[in-house]
Every structure is written in C-alpha cells, then in structure tokens.
Design a binder for this molecule. Sequence first.
Ligand code: ATP
Length: 186
Amino acid sequence: MKKVGFFGGSFDPIHFGHLNLAIEILERCGLDEVLFCPAFCSPFKTEHPPVASGDHRLEMVRRAISAIRQFRVTPVEIERKGPSFTVETLRKLQTKGASYHLILAEDAALHFDRWKEPQQIIELAPLIVGTRGMSVAVPMAKTTVQIPLFDISSTEIRARLKKKLYCGHLIPAKALDYIQEHGLYS
Ligand code: ATP
C-alpha cells in the first residue's frame, strides 16, 4: 500500500515554507509521496480569491517540485472549479493501493473542525500536522510532527513582489522565474 501525503493550499505562490513542511513530513512519517493540490478557491477565502489563476498556480507548483522525485501535483481542484472542499477531493482520489494522509501546518489544523465533514476527512485521510512546539494541542490530529516552521506566507511574498523586493530566499528559483516571465503579482 502506497502512503501518500495530500497537501492542499492556495499556493499563491508556493514558497519554501510549503516545501519544507512537505519534505519534513515525507521523511519523518515514511510517506512514499506527497501530492500537492492547489485549490481553485479555499472555502475560507471566497471573499479574497487567489490573485494568480489556477493554471498559473498549478504551473508554479509543478516547477517548484520538479526536482523532488516523491512530489507530484494534481489539477483536480482547479479543474472542478467552485469552492475546493477537501472531503470531495479525497473521495475522488480514493484508489486501490494508496492510503492518504492529510498534511497541514498548525495554523490550518487549529480550525480544522470548521472544514466541511471533518470526521469523514479523517476517515479518508488521517491528519499529519506540522507544529512549532509540543505545547500546541491540535484537535483531531493523528500525528503531530515538530518542525521548524518557516515564518513565511504567500501574502507577505505577494506584497514583496508588488514592491519589487527580492524574493529568491522565499521561493524556489524556477517558480520565481515563472512569476517574472508572466508578470504575476506586479
Ligand atoms: P496566504 O498568505 O495567501 O494565506 P499561505 O502562505 O498561508 O497563504 P496556503 O497556500 O494558504 O499558504 O497554505 C497551504 C498550507 O500550507 C496550509 O496547511 C498552511 O498551514 C501551510 N503553510 C503555509 N505557510 C506555511 C509555512 N510558512 N510553513 C509551513 N506550512 C505553511
């Protein structure tokens, strides 16, 4: 049975915080692969939908993970459009021969009970949560992994890109080149 980490997010744009979390969890939880799934639109962010289109975000993820053999990306939520409910995606992804685990950072995990059908999600994909410290009790998490979470957010990166500030220390070069080629976030 292949052990797959499902990692959803807006990835607007993807950054080293996301990659670091995914690498740490892959290695420390013995996953076979991590499946990145850019959301068409997070149900929690419908008032502030992603700035870059789904196709651009998908391509940035694709480029950012291209050198990492165990990382893959799926367009399933971008193609489905509408609010991206994880429970629906996980139902669609269920296949023989793979068991899924949902990868989250602690900020997302702390309001997991507000997600659509959280119990069903846990049955389809038990949570693996990256936390900054033991003191954070994460409700419903099956596994918590203490990792040095990078203090980076896509929001901060978009603001830096708008101001034309350097971002090479925050985003993989291939994704940054793509942003510049297409004039995203300017
Ligand atoms: P935004 O600033 O636009 O809200 P974000 O940087 O928080 O975006 P998302 O794409 O919304 O990124 O996050 C997807 C997933 O990655 C979530 O589980 C989130 O908790 C996690 N995540 C976001 N930033 C980091 C980080 N710096 N380190 C580890 N995990 C992160």
